[in-house]
Design a protein around this ligand. Structure first.
Ligand SMILES: NC(=O)c1ccc[n+]([C@@H]2O[C@H](COP(=O)([O-])OP(=O)(O)OC[C@H]3O[C@@H](n4cnc5c(N)ncnc54)[C@H](O)[C@@H]3O)[C@@H](O)[C@H]2O)c1
Length: 364
């Protein structure tokens, strides 16, 4: 079995302290590939900052000949099967498309998909028509709490699922994970419509992209399951990282409050909350990125679809941009979403939204 040759676009710096100025996600992807030595080998990396690429290469055993400062040169010089894209969101679509056109077999890109709805669709389209498997690093669904919640749902522990809910810091940067998880629980279906309102009074740039300060959103999937999300200051409305409301009970992941378990269930008529043991796994790990990348490579080997596929990411991303579009239109947005831009970014550019610059917001 030939090993897949893996290359990196954007290596980051291994962070001393992770934060929205750079998590060095490439290093986490690299650890996941390294854990599969029979399946793949990391042979090349490209970063516009040479010292980042060199440090990455030294750490993960990339030969000096495989270190590049230009993505195009790497793609032309190396025969790569798999590429991990770990740059900031506005660069995801152009660099994914460049890799797809260069003939790689699979691309595993960081979330969120792209900085506009048009670019999100385009990257999926250009990979699909070239037979390139595109996946996104929405790794949480591989965590034991999320897996157990889904298993309980499928076993009918809370009866027919009626609603998925989440609270998050925002709809886009973190919300990308939350909407993808909502789709996982709700049956991987597209939504029919979205209605939302947002507040954006203080500039919040995460990896260079605007994120609203607060939002309230409702949507319905085409199988009749409803969605509810509250971000920012209003997150307490949901009061949990994810909440699954069924006809016969409720499952909560990451309920807000001191000392509460990461996963708990309440069956109507059976008393109070029951904690569900998830070992040492919490909402964020450990091991989730490793399992996600293992799934991506297994799907590539088997000729199937990874759980982290672009189809699932599109279902989530459409709702994100539709939320902001609903705020722009002041009304419900029926899907499919036909706009191509980023409504939040457009409203800031037009002056319709005037978030206080970060420095001023911090000074208050
Ligand atoms: N899945 C998760 O839980 C999770 C967590 C944090 C961040 N992220 C996502 O990961 C992505 C990357 O974030 P990060 O924190 O790892 O970034 P980072 O800043 O640590 O690394 C990005 C790297 O890209 C390089 N770069 C910029 N332009 C380039 C170009 N044209 N060609 C090649 N390299 C280029 C930069 O020099 C930098 O080294 C973001 O989309 C972010 O949202 C995901």
């Amino acid at each position: 079995m030939a090993k897949y040759r893996v290359g990196f676009i954007g290596t980051g710096r291994k962070p001393v302290r992770a934060g929205p100025e750079g998590y060095g996600m490439a290093h986490q992807h690299a650890a996941a590939y390294k854990a599969l030595p029979e399946e793949c080998e990391i042979v090349a990396c490209a970063d516009i900052v040479r010292e980042n690429a060199e440090a990455f290469a030294a750490m993960w055993g990339v030969p000096a000949s495989g270190v590049y400062t230009d993505v195009g040169t790497m793609l032309q010089s190396e025969v790569l099967d798999v590429v991990s894209v770990c740059v900031w969101p506005h660069l995801h679509a152009p660099l994914v498309i460049e890799a797809a056109c260069a003939g790689v077999k699979a691309i595993h890109c960081e979330k969120p998909m792209a900085d506009t709805w048009g670019a999100s669709r385009l990257m999926a389209q250009e990979c699909a028509r070239r037979g390139v498997r595109l996946s996104f690093n929405h790794q949480r669904r591989f965590g034991r709490p999320f897996r157990q919640a889904k298993a309980m749902l499928d076993q009918g522990v809370i009866g027919q699922l009626r609603r998925v809910e989440f609270s998050a810091g925002n709809l886009y940067d973190y919300g990308s994970h939350s909407f993808e998880l909502s789709g996982y629980f709700a049956g991987e279906r597209p939504a029919r419509w979205v209605i939302a309102q947002i507040d954006y009074r203080s500039e919040s740039l995460v990896f260079g992209a605007h994120n609203e300060n607060q939002a309230l959103a409702q949507w319905e999937y085409d199988n009749g399951v409803h969605g509810l999300a509250a971000t920012g200051r209003g997150g307490g409305l949901v009061g949990a990282h994810n909440r699954l409301v069924g006809e016969e009970g409720i499952i909560e992941l990451g309920p807000q409050g001191e000392g509460l378990p990461v996963l708990r269930v309440r069956r109507y008529g059976a008393g109070g909350w029951e904690a569900v043991d998830c070992g040492r796994e919490d909402l964020h790990g450990p091991g989730y990125i490793e399992r996600g990348i293992a799934d991506v490579l297994a799907a590539l080997r088997a000729g199937g679809e990874s759980e982290l596929c672009a189809r699932h990411a599109l279902n989530a991303t459409e709702i994100i941009f539709a939320c902001w579009e609903s705020s722009r239109r002041r009304g419900r947005v029926d899907l499919p979403l036909t706009i191509a831009d980023n409504p939040l970014q457009a409203m800031v550019a037009s002056g319709e939204l005037t978030p206080r610059p970060r420095e001023q917001a911090l000074a208050r």
